[in-house]
Design a protein around this ligand. Structure first.
Ligand code: MN3
Length: 207
């Protein structure tokens, strides 16, 4: 058992020109695979190895195993988050993406942020203000929607939040195409966000 690298639901060049194929291939085959391999090493021979990755992320304090507890916990926090976040990312994007959400998610974004454009501004601002590496998240926290930035691969799941959409702000996600211009990456990324999938996640997260 253990954790495995999921296939992308589209070819590596499917998100061009918004996400270039060489960056996407390296991101998936290199970065994501490294998270999966390290997570398997961290949790092998523990009950967590056969659970969905959300389980250890939601209970980091319970990962105990004598003198290597801190090692396991630290690596699970980073690589478990990395595995979950990239798994969510690949299925958040589509060559048919872009545009705006519809239905209940659109209404909730309007209620919470004052409209879709205001929501996008919030995400862009959080991405601009995030120092170093991390993600900007749209989450359900309690009954409400929230935009929040978290460093590195720290997970909303560890804060009791339900991640709906994550924007990878690590340089490996955009540097080859956009250099240091993170704002250009954010602008390109909106063109491939699959709002139908995000809407289903929102519905599944409950009212
Ligand atoms: Mn990444």
């Amino acid at each position: 058992m253990g954790f495995t690298l999921p296939d992308l639901p589209y070819p590596y060049d499917a998100l061009e020109p918004h996400v270039d194929s060489s960056t996407l291939r390296e991101h998936h085959q290199g970065h994501h695979r490294a998270h999966v391999d390290a997570l398997n090493r961290a949790l092998e021979h523990t009950p967590w190895a056969d659970m969905p990755v959300e389980a250890p992320l939601a209970r980091l304090d319970e990962i105990t195993d004598g003198p290597i507890t801190a090692y396991r916990r630290t690596r699970t926090r980073h690589h478990g988050g990395g595995h979950l976040h990239h798994t969510l990312l690949w299925t958040s994007l589509s060559p048919d993406g872009g545009g705006e959400p519809e239905g209940p998610l659109a209404a909730a974004l309007a209620d919470t942020f004052g409209g879709f454009d205001r929501f996008r501004d919030r995400v862009a601002n959080e991405a601009r203000r995030l120092y170093g590496s991390g993600w900007v998240w749209l989450v359900r926290a309690g009954g409400e929607l929230r935009v929040t930035a978290l460093p590195n691969e720290d997970s909303p799941v560890s804060l009791g939040q339900i991640p709906l959409l994550g924007l990878d702000c690590w340089e490996h996600a955009y540097h080859a195409r956009h250099g240091h211009r993170r704002a250009d990456w954010v602008a390109a990324w909106w063109h491939v966000v699959d709002w139908a999938t995000i809407g289903r996640r929102y519905a599944a997260a409950g009212a």
